[in-house]
Design a protein around this ligand. Sequence first.
Ligand SMILES: NC(=O)C1=CN([C@@H]2O[C@H](COP(=O)(O)OP(=O)(O)OC[C@H]3O[C@@H](n4cnc5c(N)ncnc54)[C@H](OP(=O)(O)O)[C@@H]3O)[C@@H](O)[C@H]2O)C=CC1
Ligand SMILES: CC(=O)N[C@@H](CCC(=O)OP(=O)(O)O)C(=O)O
Length: 342
Amino acid sequence: MAVRAAVAGASGYAGGEVLRLLLAHPEVEIGALTGNSNAGQRLGALQPHLLPLADRVLDETTPEALAGHDVVFLALPHGQSAAVAEQLGPDVLVIDMGADFRLKNPADWERFYGSAHAGTWPYGLPELPGARAALEGSKRIAVPGCYPTAVSLALYPAYAAGLAEPEAVIVAASGTSGAGKAPKPHLLGSEVMGSMSPYGVGGGHRHTPEMIQNLSGVAAETVRVSFTPTLAPMPRGILATCSASARPGVTAESLRAAYEKAYADEPFVHLLPEGQWPATASVYGSNAVQVQVAYDAEVDRIIAISAIDNLTKGTAGGAVQSMNIALGLDESTGLTTIGVAP
Ligand SMILES: NC(=O)C1=CN([C@@H]2O[C@H](COP(=O)(O)OP(=O)(O)OC[C@H]3O[C@@H](n4cnc5c(N)ncnc54)[C@H](OP(=O)(O)O)[C@@H]3O)[C@@H](O)[C@H]2O)C=CC1
Ligand SMILES: CC(=O)N[C@@H](CCC(=O)OP(=O)(O)O)C(=O)O
């Protein structure tokens, strides 16, 4: 029997991307689609690339509209998911693509999001040690932020193998869809085109505690993180350039071996051949992650770089991958590692 899935926030970027993937998922039947200011609109007017759903009309995001589904995806702004989720029964698989249930430490949530912490759900980054076991059979999943996905997959093997000192420096470039669909002055075409610019500099970005949580979770101690995001003139993609001092005795060979071991059996993470570097264009529209690592002997540092599509592996693809695990389906069902080029 088909898995019946509803999407709340179907008019937004994350909601649109999860619908694109669910349309190609052989086990899923798409149920209710809800919006907020766009309730009552045809989906075809908002997401014209989702042709098979063009004539579906968005409902208001209410418990009644979302009732009667096996899975409900919440693609809502931060802070909006908890109130909706608590009205959905314990037997429904609720997958939150927002931040509400990602962090374990309430103080981190309060500091970076400025409201009361709603709780912590199993974390939808299956590649992290122990994550798959927590997702199997779960009825609640917190999908990671897009930057933490890219950064954690670039750096976790180095920390899990005890090769990196506990202070990581990260500079990551994101496409503009990471900021959502709602109009914002700094995202005007004339501001973004032909320019790259940093934001959230100096430890202010809300994804920093999520990165610390993930890296410290595999390391022998708390990892400190300096994170600088930048906005790149492209619609999709994240390129995360991460570095940390190498522990004494680390060599290029031992580093490579740690990454080969971590990613040998991962269906979506591709450790590139030596000398080849990740590129956002290679993972456009796919759930693949490209990773490369190098040892810079001049400064005794580990340099790890990853590329993802922020909307696919960084949000909706990670959500579908985690749904598959929770439901006992093959993890790769409905997902592709095939990109679009040029
Ligand atoms: N974009 C990305 O790369 C990523 C996004 N995410 C997360 O996904 C979630 C959605 O982001 P994104 O799609 O980019 O944002 P968008 O702004 O593109 O979409 C937001 C969606 O939420 C709906 N909405 C807005 N306000 C409310 C409300 N008060 N109650 C219910 N629904 C509301 C909007 O409906 P309407 O249009 O009808 O008003 C729209 O469908 C966020 O939590 C974000 O953090 C996670 C990882 C990456
Ligand atoms: C380019 C851009 O603005 N990106 C967003 C991150 C998007 C994302 O994945 O994060 P959440 O799921 O936590 O919203 C930002 O920096 O706020």
